[in-house]
Design a protein around this ligand. Structure first.
Ligand code: KG4
Ligand code: ZN
Length: 341
C-alpha cells in the first residue's frame, strides 16, 4: 500500500510517501521557522502564504525521492484538523485537487493521530492498545490508543500546552523562537534544584494539566530579579523549567497508566524531543517495568511521514473524504469523525 501524506497545519510544509504503513520512502519538510523567528512566533498569514508557495515543489520532491508517480499511489492523506485554519486549508485543498485529478482516494487525518503514528514508523512492533502522552506546541494530551483509528482522551491541558510553556519561558529568558530546544540545551549545564517552581494540580481530573501557573512563576521570577538587579543563572532556570515539566507529564502519565491498566506507554509530539522528558519517562517506565516507545528526534516534530502512516491505517479501515472535505482549527481526537467515514 502506497500513501502520499501532506501536512500544513502550522509552519512546516511537508510531504511523504509511506509504503505498507511504516516504510518511509521519502520525507520532505520545508520549515518556515527562520521567518517566523523574526516575530517571536508563528504569524498565521505568513504561514499560509509560504504553504501556497511551497506545497507543489514539496509534494513533487516527495514523489521524486520515493521514485513513484501519482499513478502508483493508493491514496492521498492530508492533515485536516486541528491547526492554523489558513495553513490547513492550503494542504486540504491541494490534496483535494490532487486526489480528484489523479482519481485517488482522499483520506483525512487528525494531526494528533499523526504524532501518535510516528511511533509505528519508529517501532513497527508497537500495537494498540497502549497509553500515549502527546506533548507538542499546541497540545498536551494523555490518550488511550484503543486501535489504530480509535482514541479516548483521558487527560488534557486546561490552559497552555507543554511546548507553549517551554517556548514562553524561553522567550522570557531571551531565547529565540521556538525556545523549547534552547531550554533543553541550556538545561544541560544547569542545576535543576536551584529554583522551586510550582507543579499545579487541577481539580476535577487528576490527569489534566495546567502549565500557565508555571509560566507565570518563571516570568515573575525573571521580572522581580531584574527589578532588584539580581542576576539569574539561566542555565539553572532552564534546568528547573525542564525538570518541572518533565516531572509533571511523567507523573500524570504514570498515574493514568497504573489506574487504567496499561503497561505499554508511548510519547509523541514536538516536546517528546526534550531530553528531560525522554529521561524522566525512561526512568519511570524502567522502575515500573513498563515498555516505553518514543520516536527518534527526526519524527518528533511536525512531518508528513506520520500523516501518511496514520492515513494508511485510516484508509485501511475505510475512512475517506470527498470534495466536501473542510479544514477545522479545533477538533478533539475523539470527535474526529471524518466526513464519509
Ligand atoms: O509537534 P510540534 O512540532 O508542533 C505542534 O504540533 O505544535 O511541536 C513543537 C513544539 C514547540 O513548542 C517546540 O519548542 C517544542 O515542540 N520542542 C521542544 C524541543 N524540541 C521541540 N521542547 C522542549 N525541548 C525540545 N528539545
Ligand atoms: Zn504537531
Amino acid at each position: 500500500m502506497l500513501i502520499l501524506g501532506i501536512e500544513s497545519s502550522c509552519d512546516e510544509t511537508a510531504a511523504s510517501v509511506v509504503k505498507d504503513h511504516t516504510q518511509v520512502l521519502s520525507n520532505v519538510i520545508s520549515s518556515q521557522v527562520e521567518e517566523h523567528k523574526l516575530y517571536g512566533g508563528v504569524v498565521p498569514e505568513i504561514a499560509s502564504r509560504r504553504h501556497c508557495e511551497n506545497i507543489l515543489p514539496v509534494v513533487q520532491k516527495a514523489l521524486a525521492d520515493a521514485a513513484v508517480t501519482l499513478n502508483d499511489l493508493d491514496a492521498i492523506a492530508v492533515t485536516y484538523a486541528p491547526g492554523l485554519i489558513g495553513a490547513l486549508l492550503v494542504g486540504v485543498n491541494f490534496a483535494k485537487g490532487l486526489a480528484i485529478a489523479a482519481g485517488k482516494s482522499l483520506v483525512p487525518v487528525h494531526h494528533i493521530s499523526g504524532h501518535i503514528a510516528a511511533n509505528y514508523i519508529a517501532h513497527p512492533e508497537l500495537k494498540p492498545p497502549y497509553l500515549c502522552l502527546v506533548v507538542s506546541g499546541g497540545h498536551s494530551h494523555i490518550v488511550e490508543v484503543l486501535s489504530y483509528t480509535q482514541f479516548r482522551v483521558v487527560g488534557r491541558t486546561r490552559d497552555d500546552a507543554a511546548g507553549e510553556c517551554f517556548d514562553k519561558c524561553a522567550r522570557a529568558m531571551g531565547f529565540p523562537y521556538p525556545g523549547g530546544v534552547h531550554i533543553d540545551q541550556a538545561a544541560q549545564n544547569g542545576d535543576k534544584t536551584a529554583f522551586a517552581l510550582p507543579k499545579p494540580k487541577v481539580a476535577g481530573n487528576e490527569y489534566d494539566f495546567s502549565f500557565s501557573g508555571l509560566k507565570t512563576a518563571v516570568i515573575n521570577l525573571i521580572h522581580n530579579s531584574k527589578q532588584k538587579s539580581v542576576d539569574i543563572n539561566y542555565n539553572d532556570l532552564a534546568a528547573c523549567v525542564q525538570n518541572t515539566i518533565s516531572e509533571i507529564v511523567t507523573e500524570h502519565t504514570m498515574n493514568a497508566a497504573i489506574a487504567l491498566g496499561y503497561d505499554k506507554i508511548a510519547v509523541a509530539g514536538g516536546v517528546s524531543a526534550n531530553s528531560g522528558v525522554r529521561k524522566a519517562m525512561a526512568d519511570m517506565c524502567a522502575k515500573k517495568g513498563f515498555s516505553l516507545y518514543i520516536p527518534p528526534l527526526s519524527l518528533c516534530g511536525d512531518n508528513a511521514a506520520m500523516i501518511a502512516c496514520a492515513g494508511s491505517y485510516n484508509f485501511e479501515s475505510g475512512i475517506r473524504a470527498g470534495a466536501e472535505l473542510n479544514a477545522y482549527a479545533t477538533m478533539s481526537l475523539e470527535e474526529n469523525i471524518p466526513p464519509n467515514a
